[in-house]
Design a protein around this ligand. Structure first.
Ligand SMILES: NC(=O)c1ccc[n+]([C@@H]2O[C@H](COP(=O)([O-])OP(=O)(O)OC[C@H]3O[C@@H](n4cnc5c(N)ncnc54)[C@H](OP(=O)(O)O)[C@@H]3O)[C@@H](O)[C@H]2O)c1
Length: 210
């Protein structure tokens, strides 16, 4: 797939590396411009681009920036993707980093808020794993105890693509349902961050209380 990553930090960079190693064509952007991304390009093989060019003609877009920065993204940024391209949000809302965001404080799952900001359905995934584990915990399908990652989103076609991608990147994928269920793996929930297989993860998702 042609994949555009917005955010070239811990998660964006490591996802770029893993996607390239599986043969995808990856462009990557940050807020400061491609001239600042030579180290990331060398390490991952991704092509540094201006932010407006990352989603252009992409089959899939990954947004991996601090939640507070999402409203600062250029207006209409995602209008140039291939039609219906899934958009992944890896974000977690941390008020101490992001400042207070009233809608999320009032109970809106952060990815539902991000979806409103960018004007596209988003799929929440890769938010509950340390960036280094995206590389160190990769396991083949069928490996006993293979680590599972929760995935939530409202667009069925996008969900299908992303569930498959999670498996391709070395993890079992657990379909948690729509974004209104994504609070079950946000910071503070039992299913936020544990290194567990799919059986245990489902149990932890069900144990969450709002
Ligand atoms: N670190 C983890 O292990 C981890 C795990 C799971 C989820 N997450 C979540 O994933 C998201 C990204 O985390 P991270 O740790 O990868 O962050 P990070 O290392 O701090 O990197 C953030 C990236 O976002 C870019 N960025 C910031 N504002 C931007 C804007 N307005 N337009 C374009 N790019 C912008 C930054 O580019 P510049 O430097 O040029 O500003 C940088 O490349 C966060 O929501 C975080 O909570 C992180």
């Amino acid at each position: 797939m042609k994949i555009g990553i917005i955010g070239a930090g811990h998660i964006g960079g490591n996802l770029a590396q893993q996607l390239i190693s599986r043969g995808h064509d990856v462009s990557i952007a940050n807020s400061r411009g491609p001239q600042t991304l030579s180290e990331v390009a060398e390490r991952t093989g991704a092509t540094p681009v201006d932010i407006v060019d990352a989603p252009r003609e992409a089959d899939l877009v990954i947004i991996s920036i601090p939640v507070r920065a999402v409203p600062e993204l250029p207006p209409g940024l995602l209008t140039t993707t291939r039609p219906g391209a899934p958009v992944i949000d890896t974000g977690n809302y941390y008020p101490q980093r992001d400042g207070q965001i009233a809608a999320i404080d009032a109970g809106q799952p952060s990815s539902a808020w991000v979806s409103e900001q960018v004007g596209r359905p988003v799929v929440k995934v890769f938010n509950n794993i340390y960036s280094s584990e995206l590389i160190s915990r990769v396991q083949e399908p069928g490996t006993p105890g293979r680590r599972a990652l929760p995935v939530a989103g409202d667009d069925e076609a996008s969900m299908r693509v992303v569930l498959e991608l999670v498996d391709e990147l070395g993890f079992d994928a657990v379909d948690v349902g729509g974004l209104d269920e994504s609070w079950r793996f946000e910071p503070g929930a039992p299913a936020y961050g544990p290194d567990v297989d799919s059986v245990k993860l489902v149990q932890m998702l069900n144990e969450a209380t709002r």
